[in-house]
Write a protein that binds this ligand. Structure first.
Ligand code: NDP
Length: 264
């Protein structure tokens, strides 16, 4: 507890899944958290759950806000940052978590599929960084954590153009990490493998045989299971905290070793 005391964190796409787990973990560690989420109702429910979970764990008076945010629109992200700063005075930590799966065959993909993927998965990350960097640079302190993917360095046929955008997230992380290192702003990424969220359930359910699809995924895992959102959240706490002061422009993989495996 208190590894993030006195810090203010904004997490995009925090209404559910990995983002919600990160918001909860941050609040438990004493941070004020802002859930910047497309679906305001869901974000408000999650905010309430976080307050209740913190209270049940002896962290009273958790500071949690939900703000309707569309990461594809820079004005919307700027507005969320303004709301966060109005509520809590500053933003110390930004987690660019919002993301969508767009898995297509390259030559049958529509222009809209391409734009939709990049708008959320890459532009959304840049919109977040651009909105918080001026304040972080001015205060000479900040930590940005971008949720990338093992698709940032591995390719699965038929999953185009998601890995292209996620490769870009690593490029953005490295470029901004170097750009703002002299100002003591760290920019890092986390590359999750398969994590049990709605995104993954939707993907299994979209397959001809969802049960077989899930089993096929499990069969690929060195640890015999996929990850939980909380396991990504623990890494985000570390990168956001003062325990990682010399980790910058890096990416930590959280995939149970799957991406290290050459083949079965
Ligand atoms: P979920 O779909 O469960 O949650 C994503 C959240 O982001 C949803 O609440 C969604 O809201 C929100 N969101 C979507 N579009 C926008 C937007 N334009 N503006 C603001 N919020 C938005 O996904 P996960 O928790 O699984 O994924 C989180 C991140 O982790 C993503 O970047 C994903 O690519 C990455 N990742 C996930 C993996 C996994 O196995 N789950 C593996 C590797 C990476 P709404 O429901 O209203 O659309």
């Amino acid at each position: 507890m208190n590894r993030l005391a006195d810090k203010v964190a904004m997490i995009t796409g925090a209404g559910r899944g990995i983002g919600a787990a990160i918001a909860l973990a941050f609040a438990r560690e004493g941070a004020a958290v802002v859930l910047a989420e497309l679906d305001l109702d869901m974000a408000q429910q999650t905010a309430k759950q976080i307050e209740n979970a913190c209270a049940a764990n002896g962290v009273s008076g958790a500071r949690v806000r939900a703000v309707q945010t569309d990461v594809t629109l820079s004005a919307s992200v700027q507005h969320a940052v303004g709301e966060a700063e109005h509520a809590f005075g500053k933003i110390d930590v930004l987690v660019n978590n919002a993301g969508i799966n767009v898995f297509c065959d390259p030559l049958t993909m529509t222009d809209d599929d391409w734009r939709r993927c990049f708008a959320v998965d890459l532009d959304g990350v840049w919109n977040g960084c651009r909105a918080v960097l001026p304040g972080m640079v001015e205060r000479r302190a900040g930590s940005i954590v971008n949720i990338a993917s093992t698709h940032s360095f591995k390719i699965i046929p038929g999953c185009f153009p998601y890995p292209v955008a996620k490769h870009g997230v690593i490029g953005l992380t490295r470029a901004l990490g170097i750009e703002y290192a002299p100002r003591n702003v760290r920019v890092n990424a986390i590359a999750p493998g398969y994590i049990e969220t709605q995104l993954t359930l939707d993907w299994w359910n979209g397959q001809a045989d969802p049960v077989a699809a899930k089993q096929a995924t499990l069969d690929l895992q060195p640890m015999g299971r996929i990850g939980q959102p909380e396991e990504v959240a623990m890494t985000a706490v570390f990168l956001a905290s003062d325990e990682a002061p010399f980790i910058n422009a890096s990416c930590i993989t959280v995939d149970g070793g799957r991406s290290a495996l050459y083949h079965d």
